[in-house]
Design a protein around this ligand. Sequence first.
Ligand code: SAM
Length: 188
Amino acid sequence: MSNAVRKAYDSDASPLHHYLLKHMTPLNPHLAKLHAASLQDQRGRMLSASEELNFLQMLMSAIGARKTLDIGVFTGYSALAAALVLPPGGKVVACDVTDKWANQYGRPVWKEAGVEDMIELRVAPALDTLNALLAAGEEGTFDFAFIDADKPSYVAYTRRRCGCCAWAASSPSTTPSTAARWPATRPA
Ligand SMILES: C[S@@+](CC[C@H](N)C(=O)[O-])C[C@H]1O[C@@H](n2cnc3c(N)ncnc32)[C@H](O)[C@@H]1O
């Protein structure tokens, strides 16, 4: 059996994946547009699965997230998914070592969707950005983190998740992504 992560857009993905895709909440049109464009890129396999982001959007909505971390941006698909469910004035701090794909694919769609101002893209190794956020006193100000970057750093990212009350990590193997919740550290 291949060790590769199967995604719903793979023709040989499992029947469960196909079922999820068929019955999940329909994708927001801006997300659908960015999804289609991202898959055209030769690095398109880095794209998060739509059903995964749908689930994370539900979690963010359920906890009333207002400020989130997006660690690993690629074309900005997960950052857009987060921004779309945050309330006005919400903020996504998006961390990546490059803004190449976000500028090419994501920014135009972020703009069309009216959420460009809610996404702050920080170009640097994510650990540096997280350390800078902690040093700037932002510990405890984030509600949610999606960790989807270089897998060896996941433990370090999780330790520095800036006091988020909830986080999710995209899986490095064939196992499903994990999500966990801590008691909220932020006053209501
Ligand atoms: C799987 S892609 C992210 C996919 C994105 N979350 C989405 O929804 O489609 C992984 C991204 O992590 C970035 N990355 C790799 N190492 C990194 C690091 N040390 N710090 C920040 N970003 C990193 C890569 O440049 C790439 O854009």
